[in-house]
Design a protein around this ligand. Structure first.
Ligand code: NAD
Length: 260
């Protein structure tokens, strides 16, 4: 069995990394940063998001374990106090795994497609100019959007940026994804649905740009500038991320612990 550790890098996380290497070595696990079966993150949700993106190419071969070293994380179940229990679980092959789906976004520009996967969400934002785009649902025209941007989120991403935008919290057993507006303009000229929308997995949302402004595309913690695109096609993918839980925790317990 091979493992890798991704750390936030602060002194407290670094001390836990040293402890983990020592204890995982004692149970004969091999440190392999390139091709692990188990990825342990030490830090917060940001560290977990980075780790998931680092191992996207082998996502169906790895399981993620989060040790949080700050305030309680949404994706990180273990604390420094239960590192020994984590080691025991790995040694005895006893675990409670949970699967969370990834969103896929195909960005088409000049007949070239770039594919992205998000654990939380993708957003398309123009913070400086009004963004004009058409929204299609399954290739059927739905509405013309004017405003700052749009957010398309996964069920677990529903408690991240989506929640700040007034989106609904979505249980991850629902194979669905959500579209929320960011600063839409609604008046006598422009009109959008102005409500979060939830789509079943087999459907897709297509966003087609109607202006030539640059926009920011965010994929979880990553961002880039799109200097024009033809369309962005989003749907819930067949890929998912497997997380190892400290104790079995229903999604609503996870929400309650994180927010209340
Ligand atoms: P980060 O590590 O500071 O994370 C941002 C915050 O979001 C942290 O408090 C983190 O615990 C929390 N978080 C992340 N995923 C979550 C989830 N699924 N449910 C509940 N809370 C969650 O910063 P980062 O590395 O840049 O993280 C990127 C994430 O930050 C994005 O995926 C986005 O969801 C979130 N974000 C939120 C807003 C907002 O709410 N206005 C704006 C930008 C980004």
């Amino acid at each position: 069995m091979k493992y890798s550790i991704i750390s936030r890098g602060d002194p407290f996380s670094a001390s836990i990394v040293v402890e983990l290497h020592e204890k995982l070595g004692l149970i004969n696990l091999i440190n392999d940063q390139d091709n692990p079966n188990i990825v342990i993150t030490v830090g917060g949700d940001g560290t977990m998001l980075k780790a998931v993106h680092q191992y996207l190419d082998i996502i169906d071969q790895v399981v993620f374990i989060g040790v949080h070293t700050g305030k309680l994380g949404f994706y990180t179940d273990f604390t420094h106090e239960n590192v020994d229990l984590l080691i025991e679980q790995i040694k005895n092959d006893e675990y409670i795994d949970i699967k969370f789906p990834l969103l896929s976004a195909n960005v088409w520009t000049n007949s070239i497609c770039e594919q992205y996967y998000a654990l939380n969400e993708i957003t398309l934002i123009n913070a400086f100019h009004t963004q004009h785009l058409d929204v299609f649902i399954n290739d059927e025209y739905f509405e013309s959007f004017q405003g700052t941007g749009l957010c398309v989120s996964t069920p677990t991403g529903s408690s991240a940026y989506n929640k700040s935008l007034g989106g609904a919290l979505l249980h991850p057993n629902l194979q669905a994804f959500q579209l929320t507006e960011i600063g839409s303009i609604n008046n006598n000229v422009y009109r959008t649905i102005s409500a979060p929308m939830i789509f079943p997995k087999e459907q897709s949302i297509i966003l087609k740009s109607k202006d030539s402004y640059e926009v920011s595309l965010t994929v979880d913690h990553e961002h880039q500038t799109l200097k024009g695109y033809d369309e962005i096609r989003c749907t819930l993918s067949d890929k998912s991320v497997v997380f190892r839980q400290f104790i079995e925790k229903d999604f609503w317990k996870r929400i309650q612990k994180s927010f209340l």
